[in-house]
Design a protein around this ligand. Structure first.
Ligand SMILES: Cc1cc2nc3c(=O)[nH]c(=O)nc-3n(C[C@H](O)[C@H](O)[C@H](O)COP(=O)(O)O)c2cc1C
Length: 200
């Protein structure tokens, strides 16, 4: 059986983006458990506004999500919620509506929110969970909030606060673990057609 595939999505265009470094850290933990991992950083999320004419950048994003068994998504807290860049990319997952696996059905999704204050980090994490629920994904039990005013990242990309590193590691492991449990349970992705019009 092939290895579990985990796709990281997120970050900002800032060179030292805490949300991107956090996703990287969680992906490293996922890889350490034997998963195959990929990262889609901010520059790959530069998609046209959903509904605008296509630019050709969208299929790579959609196909990467199709490739994955689980996701790890990281967002900055912008004015108390997810960045427009990330939200717009997630809006493009509408392309998965009629897939055999509808949206993020049956997928584990680890969620990370980084903000300069605890309040925005918490509200951003809550919003990410709401979005993932709407897409029928399964947020992991642990979500990680990071106060980027208090916790920086070292030259190697590791968080200065070991407790933050530990939480990101647990999140990476939980994402893989859920994917493996789901496989063992033998419950393949469900195409819950009847719910499509009522899930939102
Ligand atoms: C447009 C914008 C809006 C922001 N709004 C908030 C906010 O409402 N609350 C907060 O605590 N931090 C806010 N921040 C700070 C970012 O959440 C913080 O710097 C975060 O680490 C950015 O993510 P990054 O490190 O991945 O670039 C804002 C930053 C920007 C650029």
């Amino acid at each position: 059986m092939r290895t579990v595939r985990i796709l990281g999505i997120g970050g900002t265009h800032r060179p030292e983006s805490a949300s991107e470094l956090s996703v990287r850290h969680a992906l490293t933990a996922a890889r350490a458990t034997g998963a195959t991992v990929r990262l889609l950083p901010a520059r790959t999320l530069d998609l046209p506004f959903y509904g605008e004419p296509a630019t050709g950048a969208e299929p790579a994003f959609i196909d990467a999500v199709r490739w994955a068994d689980g996701l790890i998504i990281g967002s900055p807290g912008y004015h108390g919620t997810v960045s427009g860049l990330l939200k717009n990319a997630l809006d493009h997952l509408e392309a998965l509506r009629d897939d055999p696996r509808t949206y993020l059905d049956s997928m584990a999704v680890g969620l990370i929110a980084c903000a300069y204050g605890d309040q925005a980090a918490a509200s951003t994490l809550a919003t990410l969970r709401t979005i993932v629920h709407a897409l029928r994904g399964w947020p992991t039990p642990l979500g990680v909030t990071i106060n980027s005013a208090r916790c920086g990242f070292g030259a190697g990309g590791e968080p200065n606060d070991p407790a933050v590193g530990e939480r990101l590691t647990i999140l990476g492991r939980q994402t893989v673990e859920f994917c493996r449990r789901h496989r063992r349970a033998g419950s393949g992705p469900a195409r819950t057609e009847a719910l499509i019009d009522t899930a939102w």
